[in-house]
Ligand binder design. Structure first.
Ligand SMILES: [Zn+2]
Length: 231
């Protein structure tokens, strides 16, 4: 029986590295799979990890139909045993439903990797639908740390160095791919119409207090991190 599994984590938790490792392990056993990505940091048609691994992947556009894609492969005689879906937070709800149908009706395992919540602490649509539909949600515990040393659980967006909690969920420039990738955590800072956008992972406490590493540096040593200020 195939499963729909959602591997959820923050930005720096090594999701793409694990996605590529799972693909490698399965291919080494002779299984056939397809990799999908969206707005990967390496650009289109690639899953890449910050450790330097990369593999060709199918870029997922908003109008892509996973069900039709898999039917076409089957008709062409290609046997597929698993799908690895990176950056699944950016997929549409309908696409996540297609993936669930593929699991149930084609008996193909689907491993989706994504960030749960955006910089406003709200669920991405793809992640929301995955949480609702997945057979299992596995929270990745790879060490992504806030500047204070706590486990980083939240993503912060910085525009021109200032943390913001309002704005478009995904910043997509008019026709500029680099700007589109500015919405993707892990990407290098990118100039957009709305300013220079970058991301930082924080613990929830410091996300709520909008205390980024830069602000913490400015504040030190007069203001210690709140816990450490206690006797
Ligand atoms: Zn913190």
């Amino acid at each position: 029986m195939a499963d729909l599994v959602f591997f959820a984590g923050t930005m720096d938790c090594g999701k793409s590295t694990l996605a590529l490792q799972m693909d490698h392990n399965r291919r080494a056993r002779g299984h056939r799979g397809v990799l999908f990505c969206k707005f990967d940091r390496a650009g289109e048609q690639m899953v890449s990890s910050r450790l330097g691994l990369r593999r060709p992947a199918v870029e997922v556009g908003d109008d892509m139909d996973f069900w039709a894609y898999l039917v076409d492969l089957a008709v062409g005689g290609t046997v597929v045993q698993y799908l690895i879906c990176d950056e699944a937070q950016f997929y549409t709800s309908a696409q996540i439903e297609q993936l669930a149908r593929i699991v149930d009706e084609m008996d193909i395992d689907v491993y989706a990797f994504g960030i749960t919540a955006d910089f406003r602490t709200e669920l991405f649509p793809g992640s929301k639908r995955l949480v609702e539909l997945a057979d299992r949600v596995q929270v990745l515990q790879v060490e992504a740390l806030c500047w204070c040393g706590r486990r980083a659980t939240h993503n912060a967006r910085l525009v021109d160095g200032q943390m913001v909690t309002e704005g478009e969920q995904v910043i997509v420039g008019d026709v500029d791919d680099a700007a589109a990738r500015a919405s993707v955590p892990d990407a290098a800072p990118a100039a957009t119409d709305s300013g220079n956008v970058e991301y930082e992972v924080l613990c929830r406490r410091h996300h709520m207090r909008r205390m980024t590493s830069a602000r913490a540096r400015q504040a030190a040593p007069q203001v210690l991190p709140f816990d450490e200020a206690r006797p």
